[in-house]
Write a protein that binds this ligand. Sequence first.
Ligand SMILES: [Zn+2]
Ligand SMILES: [Zn+2]
Length: 79
Amino acid sequence: MSCRTRADIARRAWVACPACDAARHCATCADHRTCGEHWRHLIAGNGPVLHLQCPGCTHTWSLDTRPGLPHRGGGTSCP
Ligand SMILES: [Zn+2]
Ligand SMILES: [Zn+2]
């Protein structure tokens, strides 16, 4: 467990917004790096569940980061 997370970084999360797709064509985001333009506000974190808000469309949602869920690895079954 690391307690050295900086506050400015702790309030950001680089996850895809389910409401808009602003980062779709961004190479930085596609590479899963910390993009300076496309990030979400990390409002709160209750254990494995994160509460996020998209600065672009103001959509708020919660994300369950527990392992073993189908979205693990971000695999899309495109033929
Ligand atoms: Zn959005
Ligand atoms: Zn980006």
